[in-house]
Design a protein around this ligand. Structure first.
Ligand code: BG6
Length: 506
């Protein structure tokens, strides 16, 4: 992230390359490892950002030799890596692969892991620096970190480091989030815990800070004097795929609102920090999250839905209750919309509407800052009939960029004003493709650079906001059905209509 030159004399234009180190990956057979983590490691190596002796140790309950593990990584890289496959990069990387078979209760396996790491320090020069990546269900976190501790894997020599990387869900409510944090905190000091919220690794999300704080023209308008409301949308066209085991009982709000959308909201709403180091950034995000209040009537200002059969990309798709592994009586929501208010001077009276859902019309994540109308329109009423509110839209994905929507005269002999838009697209302005979020985040873990990782206090505050809504929904029974391929349940439209607003149809 952008550094303050007064505080940080390092020239950030130099590539940030990780020093000698290795990573131990728990959960190597999982979706996330194969689709995101392994490809990102290769992409980093391909970009020359990993040290030459980088080592990757896989740990799983599989009867594999090192070569079998290498083959799994190879297949995942060939299928999912962002950058081109180069044999020489692969060969060098693969020399540092090791596999340790065993389950999480197996003391001998953890002894084997310790010996493997010591061997790598000698033959690959990893210098005692190792990150333990827990790409496993949180119920195993406790057992694994305790095993790491008991087998001396957390102790490190002076000048070297051990870090732990955890993936969401960070609990399923405030209480369980605290428990999880305690479990990890008993073994790793907080500065060595890296919680991944992959949205913070996205270029377009980091660009919210650049856009707001590197420019003069947005910030003067960025407040309750000019902004009518903010809409944060994370729409997916996919269903739950093969993730029934993870998703059912979790639902859209816990899956993505508690983390990705609340982080987006915090970045959009926070004050300017004195610098972008982890502590300052976190302070500002915490201030926003602790100023959030819920509407009094949760029944009127939240909505939730579950997808019914319908169409996606021209293909007939089943409803949530027909998906493999989902109980026919499931009340898990696949769509959630909530209204939050931020009780501070900047945002008083400006609702933030957050919505997320699966099997919606198309895949799009965006933040739309919608402005109030001009205080006075000196035109005939008919001239501005097609004019809506000005909007500033941060297009997180796909089609990454920014759009400004404003009114313009339609060419012709009469005065007629209509919405037009002005676009910035990454593809049109930059020649370099954006790295995947996981590339950035894994590199930051290896560099020990924490600003893009949420701290426990942020996680707690997000649960504090969400828990009453989840409890309210739990009392209500079934979510409303919506047809796959549409924009969610009718109740979501009603929720905004009550406030005299409508959702954007991106
Ligand atoms: C994950 C959620 O965090 O984000 C998934 O668990 C979701 O349910 C995914 O599909 C979406 O990520 P992205 O980067 O494709 O927007």
């Amino acid at each position: 992230m952008v550094g303050n030159p007064l505080r940080d004399p390092q020239d950030r234009r130099l590539p940030r390359i990780a020093g000698p180190c290795g990573m131990v990956l728990f959960g190597v057979t999982g979706d996330l490892s194969r689709k995101k983590v392994m490809p990102a490691i290769y992409d980093l190596a391909n970009r020359g950002l990993l040290p030459p002796g980088f080592s990757l140790v896989g740990f799983a309950r599989r009867d594999w030799a090192h070569q079998d593990f290498a083959q799994i990584v190879h297949d995942s890289v060939r299928q999912h890596a962002r950058t081109e496959f180069r044999e020489e990069v692969w060969q060098q990387l693969a020399e540092g692969f090791r596999f340790v078979p065993g389950d999480f209760s197996d003391d001998l396996a953890f002894e084997g892991l310790r010996r493997t790491i010591e061997e790598l320090d000698v033959v690959r020069g990893t210098g005692g620096n190792h990150a333990f990546y827990l790409s496993i269900p949180p119920r195993f976190f406790g057992e694994v970190v305790q095993q790491l501790q008991e087998h001396g894997l957390v102790d490190h020599r002076e000048g070297s480091w051990r870090r732990v990387v955890v993936e969401k869900p960070f609990g399923h409510d405030l209480e369980s989030a605290r428990e999880l944090n305690d479990i990890i905190g008993q073994v790793f000091p907080s500065g060595s815990v890296f919680r991944i919220d992959h949205y913070l690794g996205k270029e377009t999300v980091q660009n919210i800070l650049a856009m707001r704080f590197a420019n003069a023209m947005f910030e003067p308008l960025w407040n309750a004097n000019y902004v009518d409301h903010v809409q944060i949308t994370m729409a997916e066209d996919i269903g739950i795929g093969g993730r029934a085991g993870y998703y059912d009982g979790i639902g859209a709000a816990r899956d993505v609102i508690q983390n990705h959308l609340m982080q987006l909201m915090a970045l959009v709403a926070m004050e300017e920090p004195p610098s972008f180091d982890a502590e300052n950034l976190r302070q500002e995000k915490l201030k926003v999250l602790s100023s959030v209040s819920l509407p009094n009537r949760l029944d009127l200002h939240t909505a939730r839905g579950q997808y019914a059969p319908g169409w996606a990309g021209g293909i007939k798709v089943p409803g949530y209750l027909e998906e493999d592994g989902i109980p026919r009586t499931s009340t898990t929501e696949t769509f959630a919309a909530i209204r939050l208010d931020i009780d501070n001077r900047r945002w008083a009276g400006v609702p933030f509407y957050l919505r997320a859902g699966k099997r919606l019309g198309r895949r799009v994540t965006e933040v739309a800052v919608v402005f109030k109308g001009a205080p006075h329109l000196p035109f005939a009423k008919a001239a501005t009939e097609d004019l809506t509110q000005n909007a500033f839209v941060i297009r997180v994905q796909p089609d990454e960029g920014l759009t400004v929507r404003f009114g313009s005269k339609v060419p012709g002999t009469a005065m007629e004003i209509r919405d037009v838009s002005m676009d910035f697209a990454y593809g049109g302005s930059f020649t370099e493709a954006s790295p995947e979020a996981y590339e950035r985040l894994i590199l930051d873990v290896l560099l020990g650079d924490p600003p893009l990782f949420p701290r426990h206090e942020e996680v707690e505050l997000s649960w504090r906001i969400l828990d009453p809504i989840l409890n309210h929904w739990a009392r209500k029974g079934r979510p409303d059905a919506y047809e796959s391929g549409t924009w969610g349940p009718h109740s979501a439209d009603l929720m905004l209509a009550r406030d005299g607003r409508t959702w954007r149809r991106p």
